[in-house]
Design a protein around this ligand. Structure first.
Ligand SMILES: C[S@@+](CC[C@H](N)C(=O)[O-])C[C@H]1O[C@@H](n2cnc3c(N)ncnc32)[C@H](O)[C@@H]1O
Length: 267
C-alpha cells in the first residue's frame, strides 16, 4: 500500500502562499474546536497536508481492492464528521478521480464546529473544483456537537444516505472533552451514523493513535472497542498498531503522521 505522497503543487501554493498557512506542531490531546484564526492557519500548514496524504493513500488502497462496489454508480455522496480544513476531503476526491473513472459527480456534506477551519476549507474546495474532472457539490454544516442531544438533532435533520461517511482525527476531541460523558465516543458515533450509510456504503474512522490523558486509554483500543459495540464488520484496516504516512511539501521533505484507521460496513 502506498504511504508516501507529495502535496500537489497547486495545493502547496494555495495553502502556504495564498492562505497564509504556517508549519507549527501542537501538543497531544489538542482540541482544535477552540482554536482561533492564527492557530487554524498553523493547522492548515501542519496537519492539512497529513490528512490529505492519509486519506489519499487509504482510499486509493480501498478503491484498488474494492472498486467492484462502485461499478454501477456514477455519483457518490460523502459525509465528513469534523472536517476541519478538509485535507481528507481533497485526498478522497483525488483518489476517486484517479481510481473510479465512472464516477462523475460527488456530493460532499462537511460538518465542523470551528468557523475559521470551515472558511479555509471553502477556499480550498473552491480551487479544487476548477482543477478536477469531477463535478463536486458541497454543503457546509457549521455545528458544534456539545452532547448526545446535539448529535441526535443533527442526525434527525440530515437528509439522505451516504456512500462514504468518514471522520479523520476528530473523535479524539470528543474523548478529550467527554462530549458523550463516559460512553465510548467511537461506538456512539458509529451506532448513530451506520443506519445513515447505504447498503454498500462504508464508514471510515481514522484517528491519532496516542494515549488520551482524559480517558486514560490508548485511542486505537477505544476505537476497536467502539466498533465491536456497533453492528458492523471491518473491511480494511491498518496493519499493527498504527500506520505511518509521509507527505512532502514546501516546509518539510518528509513529514510523518501516524494514525489508526478502520473501514467498516454495517451488518
Ligand atoms: C484535529 S481536527 C481534524 C480536522 C480534519 N478532519 C483533519 O483530519 O484534518 C478536529 C476537528 O474536529 C472538530 N470538532 C471537534 N469537536 C467538535 C465538536 N464537538 N463539534 C463539532 N466539531 C468538532 C474541530 O473543530 C476540528 O476541526
Amino acid at each position: 500500500m502506498q504511504d508516501r505522497v507529495t502535496l500537489p503543487q497547486w495545493l502547496d501554493h494555495l495553502i502556504f502562499e495564498q492562505l497564509g498557512a504556517k508549519y507549527q506542531r501542537s501538543n497531544a490531546d489538542m482540541t482544535v474546536i477552540d482554536w482561533d484564526k492564527k492557530d487554524v492557519l498553523n493547522y492548515l500548514g501542519t496537519y492539512f497536508p497529513r490528512s490529505y496524504a492519509e486519506a489519499y493513500c487509504i482510499f486509493t488502497e480501498f478503491f484498488r481492492t474494492g472498486a467492484d462496489r462502485y461499478t454501477e454508480k456514477t455519483e457518490l455522496t460523502v459525509f465528513d464528521f469534523g472536517c476541519g480544513t478538509g485535507g481528507e476531503i481533497i485526498g478522497l476526491l483525488s483518489a476517486i478521480s484517479e481510481r473510479l473513472p465512472q464516477i462523475n459527480n460527488v456530493h460532499v456534506a462537511a460538518m465542523d464546529g470551528n468557523h475559521h477551519s470551515l472558511r479555509l476549507f471553502e477556499s480550498v474546495i473552491a480551487e479544487y473544483t476548477t482543477r478536477t474532472r469531477l463535478r463536486v457539490s458541497h454543503r457546509i454544516i457549521p455545528l458544534t456537537i456539545d452532547d448526545f442531544y446535539d448529535l441526535h438533532v443533527m442526525n434527525s435533520v440530515l437528509s439522505g444516505d451516504f456512500d462514504i461517511f468518514m471522520s479523520f482525527k476528530a473523535i479524539c476531541e470528543f474523548v478529550t472533552k467527554e462530549r458523550f460523558e463516559q460512553q465510548n465516543a467511537y461506538a456512539h458515533i458509529a451506532k448513530t451514523f451506520l443506519p445513515r450509510i447505504k447498503g454498500d456504503g462504508i464508514m471510515v474512522l481514522a484517528d491519532v493513535s496516542t494515549y488520551n490523558n482524559v480517558s486514560q486509554e490508548w485511542l486505537p483500543m477505544v476505537m476497536d472497542e467502539g466498533i465491536a459495540q456497533s453492528q458492523s464488520r471491518v473491511l480494511l484496516r491498518n496493519e499493527g498498531y498504527n500506520q505511518t504516512f509521509t507527505v512532502r511539501h514546501q516546509k518539510r521533505a518528509n513529514d510523518i503522521s501516524k494514525i489508526a484507521w478502520r473501514i467498516i460496513q454495517k451488518l
